[in-house]
Design a protein around this ligand. Structure first.
Ligand code: S3P
Length: 430
């Protein structure tokens, strides 16, 4: 558990025009998909959080030349299926996306590799990815019969499968698509609900044919992606912290520029609007992904219920939404969100503990949270559980609380948002 401490004082007001780091999910995919494509590509606006750096270092270890030509710009020299076997285990750090998508890619490469991560990643479920990849012909082993890292993978010639995913996970779907593209025969993937579709969009731009009907994707194997340049929009999952802070702070007006607004990611906007937030947006288009400039100001929120197919569309924003719920009139119910228990930390329990300590009227349920608002939050000592999104959610709660809050383990923000504290400082007057 982190012992590093950051102290946050309440903000008197929130003002400014800001931009957020490049989308983490799209940056991972731009790096991974272009590494195994034919040709050279340029990635601009890349997110530089520790998770994306883990992806870059694993790919370099696998023999891909990735040049950093400017702060947020990389040139990737794609190697198609000619990845090199790594002589050392591949360190995925804290990043589930790195590990799961690499499992999909390495499944069809006839080499032996070992993937490991930090103490959080070492306890996250990988069986959901390993099982269908084994059905396709890959050999994956690890602790708990390949459910927990470190994982050893030996790629083989794969065969397509028809697979019904037990969870609506974009990481699982992406791993299967990345394996399917080089498999023999056809792969059919059925998802229980729609999750982020960046992999599908990027593979299609790379010339890969697939068909989509409802929540089912069908792809023929034996295809080769072509390298494409990617302009990465800002990360809505990072922007969400500022949008929510602006919506719940009594004196706030904030513009957040160039934020990815792919409809499989904008659940947070939909829910905030449903809760009564004043949000306006000007639409843009960044490459194959939609984006928008957002303007948000102080709002009177009311409680709502978030459940079912809405959950995958805002899964990473739920810690921050729980903070919004503490300031909303009435009850907010978050359910069907058991997946939150297997993120970088158990986010249901972490947010319950943190917000309860700060004075919120909050209940923990098996698959979510119930928050009775509004409540006046008070500064306290709270634990971030080494989880970047818990740290940022508690930081915005702290900006609104009475008195100072000490956040323990808050340095984890660098996983997705290295500049978070600087922006928090810039937009607030104390
Ligand atoms: C991600 C998908 C989500 C999300 C994670 C990033 C991705 O995880 O929580 O932060 O980039 O595909 P799951 O696919 O496991 O739900």
């Amino acid at each position: 558990m982190g012992t590093d401490v950051i102290t946050i004082a309440p903000a008197a007001s929130i003002r400014g025009t800001i931009s957020v780091p490049g989308d983490k999910s799209i940056t991972h995919r731009a790096l991974l998909l272009n590494s195994v494509a034919r040709g050279k590509s340029q990635i601009s606006g890349a997110g530089l959080g520790d998770d994306c750096l883990s992806t870059i270092s694993c790919l370099r270890q696998l023999g891909v030349q990735i040049e950093q030509v400017a702060k947020h710009e990389f040139i990737v020299h794609g190697v198609a299926d000619q990845l090199r076997e790594s002589t050392v285990p591949l360190n995925c750090g804290n990043s589930g996306t790195t590990m799961r998508l690499l499992l999909g890619i390495l499944s069809s490469i006839p080499q032996f590799n070992i993937l490991y991560g930090d103490s959080s990643l070492t306890n996250r479920p990988m069986g959901r990815v390993a099982n269908p990849l084994r059905q396709m012909g890959s050999s994956i082993d690890g602790r708990q019969n390949g459910n927990l890292p470190p994982l050893a993978i030996k790629g083989r010639s794969l065969n397509g499968i028809a697979y019904h995913m037990p969870v609506a996970s974009a990481q699982l779907k992406s791993a299967l698509l990345l394996a399917a593209v080089r498999a023999n025969g056809t792969t059919i993937i059925n998802q229980p609900a729609q999750s982020r579709d960046h992999t599908e969009l990027m593979l299609s731009s790379q010339g890969i044919n697939m068909t989509k009907s409802g929540n089912t994707i069908k792809m023929d194997g034996g295809q080769e992606p072509e390298a494409i340049d990617v302009l990465v929009p800002g990360d809505i999952s990072s922007a969400a912290f500022w949008m929510i802070l602006a919506a719940i702070h009594p004196d706030a007006e904030l513009s957040v520029k160039n934020v990815g607004s792919n409809p499989t990611r904008t659940g947070v906007i939909m829910i905030l609007e449903q809760m009564g937030a004043h949000i306006s947006q000007d639409n843009l288009q960044i490459g194959s992904e939609p984006a928008a400039d957002f303007f948000i100001k102080s709002s009177s929120l009311r409680g709502t219920t978030i459940s079912g197919a809405e959950i995958p569309l805002l899964i990473d924003e739920l810690p921050a939404i729980a903070v919004a719920a503490t300031q909303a009139e009435g009850t907010t119910i978050i359910r069907d969100a058991t997946e939150l228990r297997v993120k970088e930390s158990d986010r249901i329990s972490a947010m319950y503990q943190g917000l309860q300590k700060m004075g919120a009227a909050i209940e923990e349920t098996e698959d979510g949270l119930i928050v009775h608002g509004p409540s006046c939050l008070r500064g306290s000592k709270v634990q971030c559980h080494g989880d970047h999104r818990v740290a940022m959610a508690l930081a915005i709660a702290a900006s609104l609380a009475e008195g100072e809050t000490e956040l323990y383990g808050a340095s984890a923000v660098s996983i997705s948002y290295p500049g978070f504290w600087r922006i928090l400082h810039e937009i607030q007057s104390v």
